[in-house]
Design a protein around this ligand. Structure first.
Ligand SMILES: [Zn+2]
Length: 280
């Protein structure tokens, strides 16, 4: 199983990342994509990924929270990174999108940074790793205007929207990323109800660590720091999602792994057990 979004450049992983990776491997996580959330963290994520070939990959982008700091220089840094030798590890542009829940950056700046990164993804011919929270209307109209000219696919990571948004994204051909939000007692209720309307082959799984720790039995025993989520918790989200879709756990793992390898063009092949072996 593959974690398509983990914030491994976060401060909270600074001191023990090798152990975090070890724990993930032990729990059956066969690859992790480290999320870039600023120009600096995108560079760091790429360097991190280079240290764990064919296990860690990265994205390059600026989170909507950081959009107030998105300048011409930021765009240049990202575009150089995407054209560099390190490009091998970078499998998507993002995370980018709109977040009107927190509005840490102005909505105008969020839209500007979002549109700029859509262009970067087109230029680099990479998929988009998207973030949308409480911003459906603007987000949808921007991505709709561009999706016919996107050379690659796009995933709405950590989907938390309603049924209307889910249908609209699926109709545009977008993919959906599912986090531990789905096991959140209160906030995840709606997602648990509606996710069965999504075709299995459009779904991928992620932890969004260190955030969104799954709320399931056994999680406390697994995580050394209770307040910090880790990629090793991915199976909890896989289990909950399989339950909501009313399918076998192994079927879910195999399907999401295959979708992820195809979507991000990962240098891996899946065997029948859902674990990856190196392509020769
Ligand atoms: Zn996000």
């Amino acid at each position: 199983m593959i974690d398509i979004g983990s914030n491994l450049t976060s401060e909270s992983f600074k001191n023990d990342l090798p152990e975090v990776i070890q724990r993930a491997k032990k729990q059956g996580v066969s690859a992790i994509i480290a999320t870039g959330t600023s120009a600096e963290s995108s560079i760091n994520a790429q360097q991190l990924a280079a240290n764990y070939p064919q296990y860690l990959y990265s994205t390059a982008g600026v989170h909507p929270h950081e959009a107030d700091h998105y300048s011409d220089q930021t765009e240049k840094t990202l575009s150089e990174l995407l054209a560099s030798k390190g490009r091998k590890q970078i499998v998507a542009v993002g995370e980018t999108g709109l977040d009107y829940y927190r509005n840490f950056s102005t909505q105008d700046n969020q839209i500007k940074a979002f549109e700029s990164q859509i262009q970067l993804a087109k230029d680099a011919q990479l998929p988009l790793f998207l973030h949308e929270r409480e911003a459906f209307k603007d987000f949808y109209s921007i991505i709709k205007a561009h999706c016919h000219s996107l050379t690659n696919k796009a995933v709405v990571h950590c989907f938390t929207g309603n049924q209307e948004a889910l249908k609209a994204y699926l109709d545009l051909g977008l993919y959906i990323g599912i986090t531990g939000w789905i096991s959140d007692k209160k906030r995840g209720e709606n997602l648990r109800q509606i996710i069965r309307y999504a075709p299995l082959e459009r779904l991928m799984i992620e932890t969004d660590a260190p955030y969104l720790t799954p709320q399931q039995k056994g999680i406390k025993e697994l995580l050394p720091q209770h307040r910090r989520n880790e990629p090793c918790s991915l199976k909890f989200t896989a289990e909950k999602l399989a339950e909501c879709l009313d399918i076998n756990y192994q079927t879910l793992i195999e399907a999401t792994t295959k979708t992820t390898c195809d979507f991000f063009n990962l240098d891996q092949v899946t065997n029948e057990r859902g674990f990856e072996e190196k392509a020769s």
